[in-house]
Design a protein around this ligand. Structure first.
Ligand code: NI
Length: 227
């Protein structure tokens, strides 16, 4: 399932990220790519261990922590420290699947990438092209959102970034390991949660319907969660 999460960052946070990235050093994006994707990847990135990248990453992690849609849709167990990329005119990323396992920088841990995220930092009118093309169960979805918005999609999906034909497209990208690794189960829980939210608008929290649905949600999560 592909989830659009609007306004993950406030306009002030987007401006701060942009201003900081403008002063940062950019390197070839192949540094974080696997063997296959290195041959497919033509973009620029902020080095993974740079002070600017770490500071902005913290801002994004805090924003994710306060975002109910991200938490309900991803059910995150671990989130990779956010990275930052940029596609100038002519840059692109051919079709690839993200690496399944990633060492988490600065820790001795590795994580499984269940979900990929792209958080847009450029306004749509600042560039042409640069669509994120995601192979979904319903076909290829073309994704392009305003600055501050994010897309969350299964890391198992084949995806690409089409060439930027004007301007420059800046974004943050990162992965999450979910408490519920299976995409179908995670999608059911997300839809279930949305239905509970709608039901709670109509019925009091102590009504048998709300109580029953909420209990079942948690008992399903207990069945499927892997910590
Ligand atoms: Ni990718």
């Amino acid at each position: 399932m592909l989830v659009h999460i609007p306004n993950v960052l406030t306009p002030e946070e987007v401006s701060y990220c942009r201003a900081t990235l403008e002063k940062s050093e950019w390197v070839d994006g192949k540094v974080t790519a696997g063997d296959q994707s290195a041959k497919a990847k033509f973009n620029l990135q902020i080095p993974q261990d740079s002070a600017e990248g770490r500071e902005l990453g913290e801002i994004i992690l805090r924003a994710l922590g306060r975002n109910p849609t991200f938490n309900s849709a991803a059910l995150p167990l671990r989130v990779f420290p956010p990275l930052f990329n940029r596609y100038d005119e002519g840059m692109r990323f051919h079709a690839h699947v993200d690496n399944a396992i990633r060492p988490v920088p600065g820790t001795g841990f590795r994580m499984r990438t269940d979900l990929s995220s792209t958080l847009f930092l450029s306004e749509m009118e600042e560039y042409d092209g640069g669509e994120l093309m995601i192979q979904d169960t319903f076909g290829v979805q073309s994704v392009r959102f305003p600055a501050g918005d994010m897309v969350l999609y299964p890391s198992s999906s084949l995806h690409s970034v089409s060439p930027v034909t004007r301007g420059s497209r800046w974004a943050s990208f990162f992965w999450s390991q979910s408490m519920v690794p299976d995409d179908t189960q995670r999608t059911l829980l997300y839809q279930f949660d949305l239905a509970i939210i709608e039901t709670r608008k109509l019925l009091p929290d102590d009504s048998p319907a709300v109580l029953g649905l909420t209990s079942t949600y948690h008992n399903l999560l207990r069945q499927w969660a892997q910590l």
